[in-house]
Design a protein around this ligand. Structure first.
Ligand code: DGJ
Length: 782
């Protein structure tokens, strides 16, 4: 039993972590310890001491002048009783006063997870995977009740938390903030690590050493946002990828979030996470309840990778829909960057056929298939197929795709409407806009009012109808603008808007995909504008970014990897020079980066030469051969030896193989040695390491081609350009053997190109070059 409640003390233990708290003499929940697993023992030694009276504090009770809430490590706090730190609750209580003081009245331990009642998504675990503790508290002055939940996932080493406020008084109360949970940790010289950005630059890692006061990680756009992902980490001073204590926090929610970290007086760090209080206000009549979404937390003494591993396992095992847990994801081709809005059935079928011949398993028809959708100014809302583009209808087209032996996937953007659409003309009142205020558009579109049950019902019916009329096995659910002028005529209290929108969206997603569990749902919001655990409860993968430039993706997928596993990240190979950065990158690097996610292709294949198509065919075969490792293996980031280098690796679930990626974003002249370190292998077993062979095109050499060829040819001339389409060299291939311990120490690799001479044992990486290494256990019997 991972939860041990002994009188007023609670010990929550996972396989590798312990979380302890107790009820104080005055009924508050006092946090005692969160860290690597402890064998047990008395709490007193670990508890923060308060033996002296501290000046400039408020005594909670005159009977003990050393007891001040401001300097106690707590599991929950209110306001008004001397705790001046950031409070997880701010409410006008039924007596009209902004003070609350919740004290313990009882608890219950339940097997398995216990989800919210109001339609919020949550993690799920059977009784053999987790147990739940509910602690009941009451604000004695008003009778308002608070239920706090901790669900303890033993093997995943994650604990989830949530809070439910119940108005047990006889008059109303108004919530202005109710976070999901909070905890006060002793400071360890923490750096807060957040994942921030914007469109085409999502989830870049940023580090800030905590300074006294509040550090905030929040979104106000209406979604979890590309500005600041809801997940963040606290790393102790000196922690690295593989060593040191690291705490991780994330939220199972897709709307405005607020993560607040306060380094307070007396070296305590308060961490709170939940719905953002921005424009939030909700009244609770007597007897009503409000549920905060579930937050998740973990800790590891094995550095940043350690915390990431806990999150990865937890998401794969307890967050994504059951039907997709550990289920291989198909290699897809997406029509968007190949055709944008400009396609015909013939064009699409040619693309699909070519992709099928290369080994692609799923064809995804992106934006532009319905209504008058020839650009982004019209059509959103009208999901009737455009017969000019698809004369056989969706059903007919879908069947042509499935007859090719591929799955058929379809794009929707159901939460939005264009003013130029039949839906808007019929129901202008369904768009989010306010009387007497200017309409504010984003990408020429308005948001549909998902707080309104009529709108929800319309979306459920219209999307379900399309899904049932064609052979669709995959949906891309897009959402391409932020919310502005948040107002709904159907809400009596506008402070409820943002949260009611999310509850409406969750209802719609549940009603559409709940009865169709085998449809693979990939969510998207202008790329990774809604990459969060809430969406992952409905669809197991998210389109990480519209930016598929592999160099950019090292930062984006690398950033996401701190919080989410590769199985959740849509990652595509697209054209070069890249459409957002104009950067020319080798096809090999585009694949090598995308291989550490759910692989797809998003480019017009008819523009590629024979060699490039052959290279793609080999990439897809390689990916399929190692799919289980790449999608569900243990992913780690490797501390890079030198600037402008990035190392990633995955170890197969059975530990018998690993794939490592060595990426170089900028070359240095005459560089020192490079090392390939592979971690997490069995130190005793023997492995073989081999470079995955990849193509080296003649144009990579420029003028140097003269030194490789016996004849003097113009590198830009027609002869070499033609030859470059037919001939290639094979990039340097290395092969080593050694124990897992040896590989963990680091294999020193062949030289990179040093500016003179070239042979086939020279690694020709240059700018944006990369290699994959396959590490396989040597079976001694053979
Ligand atoms: C934004 C998405 O991120 C893209 O992948 C594509 O689906 C476009 N929307 C289509 O409008």
């Amino acid at each position: 039993m991972p939860i041990n409640a002994d009188g007023p003390q609670f010990r929550l233990d996972t396989d590798a972590t312990s979380y302890w708290f107790r009820v104080s003499a005055f009924g508050h929940l006092e946090h005692v310890y969160y860290g690597p697993r402890l064998p047990g023992g008395p709490m007193e030694a670990l508890a923060l001491k308060h033996t002296a009276t501290i000046g400039s504090t408020i005594a909670y009770d005159q009977s003990d002048l050393t007891y001040s809430l401001d300097v106690l490590p707590l599991e929950w706090s209110g306001s008004g009783y001397g705790d001046y730190r950031f409070a997880p609750i701010e409410a006008r209580m039924p007596d009209g006063i902004f003070a609350s003081d919740f004290a313990y009245v009882g608890h219950e331990i339940m097997p398995g997870s216990v989800g919210p009642q109001d339609g919020l998504p949550s993690a799920q675990g059977d009784p053999d995977a987790c147990s739940t503790l509910r602690v009941d508290l009451v604000d004695e002055a008003t009778g308002v009740r608070l239920e706090l939940f901790w669900t303890v996932y033993d093997r995943a080493d994650v604990i989830t938390r949530r809070a439910v406020l119940i108005n047990g008084a006889t008059s109303s109360l108004t919530i202005r903030r109710l976070l999901s949970g909070m905890v006060d940790l002793p400071d360890r010289g923490f750096t807060m690590i957040t994942f921030d950005g914007g469109w085409i630059k999502e989830a870049h890692r940023h580090d800030r050493v905590l300074a006294p006061g509040l550090s905030v990680n929040a979104s106000t756009t209406g979604s979890s946002s590309n500005r600041h992902n809801p997940g963040f980490l606290l790393a102790e001073r000196g922690a690295t990828e593989d060593a040191g204590w690291v705490y991780g926090f994330n939220l199972i929610y897709s709307g405005n979030h607020l993560g607040a970290v306060e380094l307070a007086n007396h070296d305590l760090v308060r961490v709170g996470l939940g719905i953002n209080d921005h424009c939030f206000e909700q009244t609770l009549a007597p007897g009503e309840r409000f549920e905060a979404p579930e937050m998740i937390m973990t800790v590891s003494d094995a550095g940043l990778n350690g915390a990431s591993h806990h999150f990865h396992d937890f998401i794969n095992d307890h967050v994504v829909p059951r039907a997709w847990r550990h289920r291989p994801r198909p290699v897809l081709i997406n029509s968007w960057e190949a055709t944008f809005f400009d396609f015909t059935q013939k064009k699409l079928l040619a693309l699909a056929r070519q992709a099928r011949d290369l080994g692609v398993e799923l064809f995804v028809l992106d934006d532009g298939w319905f209504g008058k959708r020839d650009d982004d100014t019209a059509g959103l809302g009208d999901y009737d197929v455009n017969r000019k583009k698809l004369p056989n209808g969706l059903d007919g087209f879908g069947k042509q795709i499935t007859d090719l032996g591929m799955g058929f996937g379809l794009w929707f953007e159901p939460e939005m409407v264009n003013e130029d659409s039949a839906l808007f003309r019929a129901h202008p009142e369904w768009a989010v806009r306010a009387p007497g205020r200017r309409d504010t558009l984003g990408r020429n579109q308005l948001v549909l009012d998902l707080t309104n049950p009529d709108v929800q019902d319309y979306l459920i019916a219209s999307v379900s109808r399309v899904l049932d009329e064609a052979p669709i096995s995959y949906v891309k659910w897009d959402m391409n603008r932020h919310i502005s002028v948040a107002y709904s005529p159907t809400l009596t209290e506008q402070g409820r808007f943002y949260h009611a929108y999310m509850l409406g969206l969750y209802r719609v997603l549940g009603a559409i995909f709940g009865p169709r569990p085998d449809i693979l749902l990939e969510t998207c919001s202008s790329g990774g504008n809604r990459f969060d655990l809430g969406m992952l409860c409905y669809g197991p993968q998210v389109w990480s970014s519209d930016d598929t430039d592999p160099v950019e993706r090292l930062a984006i997928q690398g950033g996401l990897s701190y919080l989410y596993p590769p199985s959740c990240m849509g990652a595509h190979v697209s054209a070069a020079p890249h459409q957002q950065t104009l950067r020319p990158t080798p096809l090999s690097t585009r694949f090598n980066v995308a291989a550490f996610g759910v692989l797809g292709y998003e480019l017009d294949l008819k523009n590629l030469g024979r060699l490039q198509l052959q290279e793609i065919r080999e990439q897809i075969a390689f990916y399929k051969e190692h799919r289980d490792t790449l999608q569900f293996g243990r992913f780690s980031r490797l501390d890079a030896r030198r600037p402008h280098q990035v190392g990633w690796q995955v170890v197969a679930p059975d530990g018998r193989e690993a794939i490592a990626g060595f990426f170089q974003t900028l070359a240095t002249a005459s560089p020192g040695y490079d090392a390939l370190r592979v971690v997490g292998l069995d130190p005793q077993r023997r492995y073989r390491v081999a470079t995955r062979p990849q193509y080296l095109y003649l144009d990579r050499f420029g003028e140097l081609i003269k030194h490789v060829l016996p004849v003097d040819l113009d590198p830009d001339g027609v002869v070499l350009r033609t030859a470059g389409k037919v001939y290639k060299l094979t990039d340097c291939v290395e092969c080593y053997e050694g124990s897992g311990a040896l590989l963990g120490a680091g294999v020193l690799l062949d030289n990179q190109f040093m500016g003179s001479n070239y042979n086939d044992q020279t690694r020709l990486l240059g700018d944006f070059g990369s290699s994959l290494y396959v590490i396989q256990e040597i079976d001694d019997e053979h």
